[in-house]
Design a protein around this ligand. Structure first.
Ligand SMILES: [Zn+2]
Length: 55
């Protein structure tokens, strides 16, 4: 069994739409986007999240 790459970054910033992993967030203080420091983060576990990334 191989882990899927899509599950590697289960979080998506609601501001810039970038995907990142939990480890990326833990670099900063609390839960924030590592790219724009936005604090509204969406969990993208569902396959539908791919549509948001492609926009
Ligand atoms: Zn962001």
């Amino acid at each position: 069994m191989r882990p899927e790459m899509t599950n590697d970054k289960p979080y998506i910033c609601m501001r810039c739409g970038r995907a990142f992993s939990k480890d990326d967030m833990e670099v900063l203080m609390g839960i924030r986007c590592p790219y724009c420091n936005y604090r509204i983060i969406m969990k993208a576990r569902s396959p539908a999240a791919k549509r948001i990334l492609s926009v």
